[in-house]
Design a protein around this ligand. Structure first.
Ligand code: BGC
Length: 740
């Protein structure tokens, strides 16, 4: 294998620059988002980059090819984070990595690890959590999984990319403390733990400078302070100055255009861009390319292990569902007769749209998943839904349309292909949104009376779709329920309760919706997020009690959208066409705000019910030199086997800096514990996790800290106080320094 330095020294300036600039959307793998330019003379192959977080995003059909190229659709990241299960997330990452490998992808453009700053972020489903530790740990496991398959992973979008509105130009104004403690932190954790091959610099500006043109971010913090050694790429068409991008730290400009090559070449010729800088960028790229499967001449099979991956997708979906309410309604008996309401029951939304989308062979709807398990679905209600929706949308029809558009596009020039397919996505999205907005309460009371008599339970699915490119809307039909949805819930509840029957709501949503005003009307609420292709099977497993729910919220579920602190200034100024958004809540994001300022959310961070009960006991805390070791016993005292998420929050009892009331510093998902059995849990918290950024450096202030062990951020079951005897300080590279 060639030595990267040797390869660089053999390249002409034109070859070097053409490597720094991407070769556009992939021609090798149709539908993959990008490709690099090869240097054939030196045996440097073109490598292929593809989205995305919930499954490899390539086109399933190719002209003149009989084979299909479907992928497995996995649950979105907000669901993966709700599992709090690092091993499981690694398994999902590995499966996605293997599919990427078998389809000829060298670098996966995932995971996304921006922070859930507002519940209506358009891409909230693509990100893990409002908490930096949970986000960082999840991302690290995901990356480890992907890279174990020989495919590189990309952390995105670096950094402070928390809204879609005007995402290409928005200037995010945020303090260095909030940046370091909340927004940079997950990237830092994932880079240290998992060594991702690449980082994608975000579209937005950060304190006045585009992230892709930001020396402080890309060179000082990322490379010098954190020692990142991989490739930095731009998001697709990010920023406005390619020369500045290369100068400040970008190795790869994506998707790339000839005009950019010309600009870089001119800048080199007129002395604005030195060969030294160019060589540095090329060396990073060569180091990645020589690790790639293409370079190693791996022969992709185009045949991923669908069955095995479907099982992993199912397992992950089940474990990320969050049970919010349960008044003796769940689990159902398998013999139940169910009246299934809500379009999402029959057309379950598997994932979000945009680059986080993927194209599976099938999506198991909730109706089909339940039917597979022998549940009897009320035929008349189903027929009404199918008639209502049929003329607008059918999964089969849209697949046909997709196929014919792909074929047309493939006969044409490449740019047209992209354009047509993009048009198709937009078309699909509009169709989907139209369907989801068809009124739900098409059922007169007399009809519901009859349905209630002949069924055991009513199940209502409320669905929402979300996409890259737009934020969700703070209106009825998106964050708030529409009047017809509310009236359906209240009329069904009244009538079914009159007949002594239960009502269960499933939330098939990318992120929170308003729930506080109607939650008391129903008997159970289960959040199934956007659960991937095995949606219905996962729902059946949990509803029928084959698995006890064990997901916990990775973000605070507010009573009202406008209680979220970030909503005061969302989406920035001027309001109708914002160019700047101030992160005025600073470090008080999510539960850090709700707990510190004593605001009651609908459901707190870390919340989630189970069919069984857990008791915590025998807390022992050892305050060692560089870590705090916590051990305890978790006992299943209920009637069902189940898993528990043990969460450790640390609360400074005295502090000179303003600090959140408490912060998550460790967690552990137990194995399946049988009734009456226990698991011994040990959680280690590195001492530096207790540090705050004081504007200059990190400091763990001396004083008492309460170590709080809970099953949610507000259900603290055990606690004990430790004492840090003197201040401990670290510089921004985490080297111990003297405090002054
Ligand atoms: C998205 C990225 C994605 C890229 C390539 C951009 O619009 O922001 O997340 O990886 O497109 O599809």
């Amino acid at each position: 294998m060639n030595d990267p330095d040797q390869l660089v020294s053999n390249m002409s300036i034109m070859e070097k620059i053409s490597l720094i600039v991407g070769a556009g959307f992939s021609k090798i793998v149709p539908g993959a988002a990008g490709e690099t330019n090869p240097v054939e003379r030196l045996g440097i192959p073109a490598i292929v980059l593809s989205d995305g977080p919930a499954g490899v995003r390539i086109y399933p059909l190719r002209l003149g090819v009989n084979e299909t190229f479907y992928v497995t659709s996995f649950p979105n990241e907000i669901l993966l984070a709700s599992s709090w299960n690092l091993e499981l997330v690694e398994k999902v990452g590995k499966a996605i990595g293997e599919e990427a490998r078998e389809y000829g992808i060298d670098v996966l453009l995932a995971p996304g690890l921006n922070i859930h700053r507002t519940p209506i972020e358009g891409r909230i489903f693509e990100y893990f959590s409002e908490d930096p530790l949970l986000s960082g740990e999840m991302a690290a496991s995901y990356v480890q999984g992907v890279q174990s398959a020989g495919v590189g992973a990309t952390l995105k979008h670096f950094v402070a990319h928390e809204q879609e509105t005007n995402r290409l130009i928005i200037n995010v104004v945020v303090s260095e403390r909030a940046l370091r403690e909340i927004y940079l932190r997950p990237f830092e954790i994932a880079i240290k733990k998992a060594k991702p091959w690449a980082v994608m610099a975000a579209y937005n500006k950060l304190n006045g400078v585009y992230c892709t043109q930001n020396h402080w971010l890309l060179t000082k913090v990322l490379r010098e302070e954190w020692g990142f050694e991989g490739v930095v790429m731009t998001d697709w068409d990010a920023g406005n100055d390619p020369v500045e991008q290369v100068k400040t730290g970008v190795d790869l400009i994506m998707p790339g255009r000839d005009e950019i090559i010309r600009k870089l070449l001119n800048a080199f010729r007129n002395g604005e861009l030195s060969e030294d800088i160019i060589n540095k960028r090329v060396r990073n790229l060569i180091a990645l390319i020589t690790k790639s499967l293409k370079y190693k001449k791996y022969n992709p099979s185009n045949k991923p292990s669908y069955d095995e991956h479907a099982r992993i997708s199912l397992e992950a979906a089940i474990e990320g569902f969050v049970l919010l309410e349960n008044k003796d309604a769940l689990p159902l008996k398998s013999a139940s007769r169910i009246a299934l309401f809500g379009k999402g029951s029959y057309w379950t939304v598997k994932g979000g749209l945009g680059s986080g989308d993927s194209y599976p062979k099938y999506v198991v709807s909730i109706a089909d998943g339940l039917r597979e398990k022998g549940v009897i679905i009320d035929e008349e209600v189903e027929r009404i839904y199918r008639n209502m929706v049929h003329r607008w949308y059918e999964y089969g029809e849209s697949t046909q349309l997709y196929k014919s558009m792909t074929e047309t596009a493939l006969k044409e020039a490449n740019s047209l292909l992209i354009e047509l397919l993009m048009t198709h996505y937009v078309y699909m999205m509009i169709e989907y949104i139209k369907v989801m907005h068809l009124p739900e309460d098409a059922f007169p009371d007399e009809f519901l009376e009859r349905v209630a008599e002949r069924n055991d339970v009513a199940l209502i699915t409320i669905s929402r779709i979300s996409s890259e490119g737009f934020d969700r809307f703070p209106v009825k039909g998106d964050f708030y329920l529409r009047d017809d949805e509310l009236s359906l819930i209240s009329r069904i509840s009244k009538i079914f309760h009159k007949h002594g029957k239960k009502v269960v709501v499933l939330l098939n949503v990318p992120g929170p919706v308003e729930i506080h005003s109607w939650r008391n009307l129903v008997d159970a609420i289960l959040v199934i997020w956007l659960p991937g292709q095995e949606a219905g099977r996962a729902v059946a497993s949990v509803l029928l009690g084959e698995t006890s729910p064990s997901g916990k919220l990775p973000l605070t579920w507010p009573k009202d959208l406008y209680e979220t602190p970030s909503m005061k200034l969302h989406p920035g100024v001027p309001k109708d066409n914002p160019v700047e958004v101030l992160y005025a809540e600073d470090i008080y994001v999510g539960y850090r705000y709700y707990d510190t300022f004593q605001v009651e959310p609908a459901y707190e961070f870390g919340y989630g019910l189970s069919y069984t009960k857990f008791e915590y006991d025998n807390l022992v805390i050892r305050n060692k030199d560089s870590e705090i070791e916590i051990s305890l016993i978790v006992k299943n005292t209920g009637d069902y086997p189940g898993k528990e998420v043990v969460q450790v929050y640390v609360r400074p009892l005295r502090s000179r800096l303003n600090r959140p009331f408490q912060e998550l510093k460790g967690f552990h998902k137990t194995k399946l514990i049988k009734p009456g059995e226990v698991e011994e849990v040990t959680i280690r918290i590195p001492l530096d996790y207790l540090a705050s950024f004081n504007g200059k450096h990190w400091i763990v202030e001396s004083g008492p800290y309460e170590i709080r062990i809970g099953s949610s951020s507000r259900k603290i079951k055990l606690a004990s106080v430790i004492e840090i005897t003197s201040d401990i300080c670290y510089d921004t590279s985490w080297k111990r320094i003297k405090c002054n």
